[in-house]
Design a protein around this ligand. Structure first.
Ligand code: ATP
Ligand code: MG
Length: 409
């Protein structure tokens, strides 16, 4: 791809209507556009990253056979009334009546819908376990939307829903998802800490959050430096102790350190709350009817995009790894001789063909966060200068050698 042909271009100044670092960087680099507080469009370069995030999640979820679905975003009031959440979520859910006077909501999440659908297909223990997932928008009327894409009013989430006959099956599945999540966040370049948190309204035990340490995060967690596990502040406070005096111990005995963090994922055992509400029952081996046991597992895909921008960036701009990067290399030819690119590279290469100064091109390569900047100049003669974005390391090597190195990685 030629830089001159990109739909977007970079901006030197931070946008005036943003406070959050992720939104400033992503806007300056031309990855996103803010329409109003908490509402963003994802532009071509940002969309390539989002597609990579989606791809990594899809690949990993396929390992245990969860099937992807595309669920309705417009919600009817009846579906949400059986669980009581039409009223409970009044402040969070966008609700309105259409021109026929019918009450409609925009999906804040999809538990009610999947439970209702599953009723048609789950009748017996032989139909269990099952898992379906979606990668779709959720709408939430968040009171504060000042954290850029970390907290959208319209945002994208991967949500997986699982259905089980008994607790043992649920526990096994839940454990597996946890392992898969660690692999997903590893590939995304995020060090996610498994954190015990409250289960919200519907669980007996903890839910588990996946938290990334970040000074701009909205959450506070306590982290064990020994076993790298976390506890959310919400479950350790409340004992009437002053926050500053709180000494929090990990289950391993070590003291935990207080940190700001970003919740990139959250998994819940839902129990029978939704299945009971909608009447999602199955017959067990003895012919008894029982409610199906459910769990849900979220990852904020657009929040991940923002989290990477928050925690991996540096003073020069964004930093993507090889898996998430919109393009793998940013080429700058200062000789006029060209790189002699083969066609099959065009999807991984950004070629800066603009009539701009070398300095401007170098700055943009850094701001966009492309893993490798490759420069051909008088100085490099028949070789190229390769700069690794993440480390800043520079090496002069043969172009073919560099391509081979990339292939190996
Ligand atoms: P938070 O506590 O941050 O408000 P939540 O616990 O309400 O989030 P869940 O319902 O658990 O969120 O959603 C699953 C995942 O979706 C979260 O872990 C997060 O990554 C993402 N997410 C939730 N709310 C938002 C939002 N407003 N904007 C972007 N991503 C979000
Ligand atoms: Mg959560």
């Amino acid at each position: 791809m030629l830089v001159s042909k990109l739909f977007t271009h970079t901006q030197k100044q931070d946008p005036k209507n943003e406070e959050a670092k992720n939104a400033c960087l992503l806007t300056r680099a031309g990855f996103v556009y803010k329409n109003m507080a908490g509402v963003y469009s994802i532009l071509p370069l940002g969309f390539r990253v989002l597609q990579n995030i989606r791809r990594i999640i899809r690949e990993e979820l396929q390992t245990f056979g969860a099937e992807e679905v595309y669920l309705n975003e417009l919600q009817n009031k009846e579906t949400w009334s059986v669980s009581g959440r039409w009223n409970e979520l009044k402040d969070v859910m966008y609700q309105f009546s259409d021109s026929r006077g019918k009450d409609i909501g925009l999906a804040t999440t999809h538990e009610e819908v999947v439970a209702e659908i599953a009723k048609n297909y789950i009748h017996s223990y032989k139909d269990l376990p099952k898992g379906i997932f979606q990668i779709q928008d959720k709408f939430r009327n968040e009171p504060r939307a000042r954290s850029g894409l970390l907290r959208g009013r319209e945002f994208e989430m991967k949500d997986l829903y699982s259905f089980h006959a008994d607790e043992e099956c649920l526990d096994k599945y839940y454990q597996k998802v946890m392992e898969v999540y660690i692999r997903i966040f590893g590939r995304l370049g995020l060090d996610a800490i498994i954190t015990n948190a409250s289960g919200g309204t519907f669980t007996r035990d903890f839910s588990h959050e996946f938290q990334v340490i970040s000074e701009n995060g909205e959450d506070t967690i306590y982290v064990c430096e020994k076993c790298h596990k976390g506890k959310n502040k919400e479950i350790v406070a409340g004992a009437g102790v002053e926050d500053s005096d709180l000494v929090v111990k990990c289950d391993c005995g070590a003291e935990m350190k207080k940190k700001r963090s970003i919740e990139v994922g959250n998994i819940f055992k839902l129990g029978v709350k939704f299945s009971q509400a909608v009447g999602l029952n199955f017959s067990d081996k003895d012919g008894n009817r029982n409610p199906v046991i459910m769990a849900s597992y979220g990852i904020g895909t657009t929040r991940v995009l923002a989290a990477i921008a928050e925690v991996l960036s540096d003073k020069n701009g964004l930093v993507w790894n090889a898996e998430t990067a919109p393009y793998q290399m940013y080429l700058i030819d200062l000789t006029g001789a060209g790189f002699g690119l083969s066609e099959n590279l065009s999807d991984v290469v950004l070629m800066d063909d603009r009539d701009a100064s070398p300095g401007e091109k170098f700055a943009d390569a850094d701001l966009l966060g492309i893993p490798y900047r490759v420069v051909k100049s008088k100085k490099t003669a028949d070789k190229v200068e390769v700069k690794e974005r993440v480390s800043g390391r520079i090496e002069v090597m043969e172009w073919d050698k560099f391509l081979e190195k990339l292939k190996r990685e």
